[in-house]
Ligand binder design. Sequence first.
Ligand SMILES: [Zn+2]
Ligand SMILES: [Zn+2]
Length: 388
Amino acid sequence: MSMEAVVYKGPKEVAIESVDEPELEHPNDVLIDITTSAICGSDLHMYEGRTAAEPGIVFGHENMGIVTDVGEGVTTLEEGDRVVAPFNVACGFCTNCENGYTGFCTTVNPGFAGGAYGYVAMGPYTGGQAERLRIPYADFNALQLPPGDEHEDAFALLADIFPTGWHGTELANLRPGESIAIFGAGPVGLMAAYSAKIKGAAEIYSVDRVPSRLSLAEEYCDATPINFEEGDPVEQIRDAHGGEVDKGVDAVGYQAIDPETDPGSDAYDPARENPAIVLNQLIQVVRPTGQLGIPGLYVPSDPGAPDEMAAQGRLGIDFGKLFEKGQRLGTGQCNVKQYNARLRDLIIEGRADPSFVVSQRVDLEEAPQMYQAFDKREAGVTKVLLEP
Ligand SMILES: [Zn+2]
Ligand SMILES: [Zn+2]
């Protein structure tokens, strides 16, 4: 049996192709019919050829759908259940999983800590930008949702970006009444700003260069927009706040744009990148003994890096300044299971609705055009959901 899926063909190219349908491979697996999968900013790193991803990989780590097949060892799920899967594939019983660090499961991707669907180096798990998906260790990995189709957009964001944005504020140990600067107003940055609002931050500064994204941060997250193309964001925040902020989040990662470089004709020219710039801006703008949360992606190997050091994931971080200020930082991908059930309940009870970040819901077939538009950070393309 075959199905349609989004297949990586090479830098800046994906195609809809027929691939083998997933099958139950282990008694703890379930299969789902995908109802929604999402394109993620982290898919763009692969799409742009900025990772070791080989052509042929089926993308898609943000997946939800309806259970169709249940392995005989599965005890909590039945055919017809509506579920969303964390992007992390995790076993539930290794030391890291037992401690809640399901993003660093040592069972599911031997030789590495952490597994995910449809992602380079994250194990053999086929992505869900397709018609169907296999969920391993399904009792542990599938989060149950209320039946029906209510909150479909919001629930789809529980696979990654809502928990990941929340995680950024957790890594920064944000407490009610504190001020926070969030670099990046892409989907994860917006979710971090939204999480900061839910957690009762006194002031939220959202830093980006795309006006439509900054408007969302202002409108839905009560954030003060800071456009870094209009001047040094550190100075802008210090001026607006009257000094350094308590906490900071990096929702940009290694493909950060250096505002000191010339925009030229192509605003997204990799030559404008400086992979350490956001970290250094955070070190400057966060107060002494403040904390930095870094959910933005950094990689140990970047084939398209601006220089040789960065190609090996080595960055020019102002560590002396960090030490002088006694700051702490937290890094790493989100352990989605630490948060997703509680965030789901906030959605069900009407206390959170992260779906404001969704800009398009389109047929799976339109994925290639949507990758192109999202990659160009076209205005109005913030978060794209795919429907098979
Ligand atoms: Zn994602
Ligand atoms: Zn594990």
